[in-house]
Design a protein around this ligand. Structure first.
Ligand code: NAD
Ligand code: WQD
Length: 357
């Protein structure tokens, strides 16, 4: 059992990972400024895990919540100090907090660099101050930009094509420099997610984007549930078998298990820096997603092919062999599982967490 600080733990991937970590017996402190999430997600995580609700948790509960900002050094210092004062220092940090919208990053690069790079730096500084050297970082396949070939191994060129991607590359560079500076101390995993989608099979927690979704899966599920009329398919003339883009969609519960496996590996093995793709190795086209979601929801998904979206690559698919070799981890869920669980969430929560306080 470890005591883990989870930044951004109220968000999409963080909430599912918190559930997996609680089920594995860990004790969690979540820090999140709720800029893109709500505390309802963590209260549902608590209920699924059978622990006290995050909103009412005291210092001895297994899921504690601090509404706070990762760039606020005194706030982070206080979290580490309080854990030490209780005789249970923070053993590790899983760092999800960050901004993730590619288009927004083009419009607001200062904010993206501030939160994603400066925020990560400030967190690492506080960790170093408190002798905590175990760190799991939410990196992204966006690092690979337009990949030279697929499936993409971790050795592929890091060549981001937008500010969001540059912030992830910069944070990984920082982590590499830090690991090099004190190889006997730091235990770091940079987990490069491909396309995280789906929801917990209970339908209690899932993805709840603010406003109009940028990403395919939340858009498709909002069309299925009647919140949006028609999906625009960005391009039907890509060099792929059906003309639509191919991606490596990974069930969020597989991703959550990947974090648990990475954390176990870091805590058990000697200090090291791991950079690992978390993907399935399976390529799925936009039209295949539409068909699978229509089958799972038993609803039509009205869609129209429009022009390509700037910045899209035709195909991105992970080579996940290294994660299997280093962590013994691989995805377990099919596209059908993804759609079934995504629909369980969307149909039970048509407005996401909006109806909750
Ligand atoms: P999310 O927006 O649902 O979760 C991020 C959480 O961080 C939110 O709860 C938000 O309120 C919080 N947060 C944001 N800025 C903060 C700050 N300054 N201080 C404290 N909390 C803050 O996003 P997600 O999809 O769960 O992504 C989690 C991480 O994974 C992000 O770092 C993202 O870049 C990365 N990632 C996501 C994807 C994806 O497609 N979802 C793919 C690759 C990598
Ligand atoms: C998937 C496919 C679109 C919406 C993004 C980020 C990446 C990572 C994961 C964080 C593409 C098509 C989409 C729509 C569509 N995030 N599409 N109509 O672009 O592969 O990856 O999320 O790190 O950095 O860029 O995911 O879900 O936006 O798109 O046709 O309304 O669906 O063109 O082919 P993407 P996505």
């Amino acid at each position: 059992m470890a005591k883990i600080l989870v930044t951004g733990g109220a968000g999409f991937i963080g909430s599912h990972t918190c559930l997996v970590l609680l089920d594995a017996g860990h004790e969690l402190v979540v820090v999140d400024n709720l800029s893109n999430s709500s505390l309802a997600s963590l209260n549902r995580v608590a209920s699924l895990a059978g622990v006290a609700p995050a909103s009412k948790a005291g210092p001895t509960d297994r899921l504690q919540f601090v509404e706070g900002e990762i760039r606020d050094t005194p706030c982070l210092e206080a979290i580490f100090q309080q854990a030490e004062a209780q005789g249970q220092p923070i053993d590790a940090v899983i760092h999800f907090a960050g901004l993730k919208a590619v288009g927004e990053s083009v419009a607001e690069p200062l904010r993206y660099w501030d939160v994603n790079v400066h925020g990560t730096l400030s967190l690492l500084q506080v960790m170093a101050n408190h002798g905590c050297h175990t760190f799991v970082f939410s990196s992204s396949a966006t690092l690979y930009g337009y990949p030279d070939h697929v499936p993409i191994p971790e050795t592929a060129a890091i060549q981001p094509i937008n500010p969001y991607g540059y912030t992830k590359a910069a944070a990984e560079r920082l982590l590499n420099d830090l690991a090099t500076s004190a190889q006997e101390l730091w235990r770091i995993a940079c987990l490069r997610y491909f396309n995280p989608v789906g929801a917990h099979p209970s339908g209690q927690i899932g993805e709840d984007p603010l406003g109009i979704p940028n990403n395919l899966f939340p858009f498709v599920s909002q069309v299925a549930v009647g919140r949006r009329e028609c999906l625009q398919v960005f391009g039907g003339d890509w060099p792929t078998p059906d003309g639509t883009c191919i991606r490596d969609y990974i069930h969020v519960m597989d991703l959550a298990e990947g974090h648990r496996a990475a954390l176990d590996c870091l805590l058990e093995e000697p200090p090291q820096l791991l950079s690992l793709n978390l993907g399935s190795g399976r390529g799925i086209s936009v039209l295949e997603v539409i068909q699978a979601f229509a089958e799972a929801s038993e609803r039509p998904i009205p869609h129209a092919i429009v022009s390509r979206r700037p910045g899209d690559a035709a195909i991105t698919v992970a080579d996940p062999a290294e994660a299997l070799r280093r962590l013994g981890w691989q995805t377990q869920h099919s596209l059908q599982d993804i759609c079934r669980d995504g629909w369980a969430w969307q149909s039970a929560n048509p407005q996401g967490y909006a109806s909750e306080p």
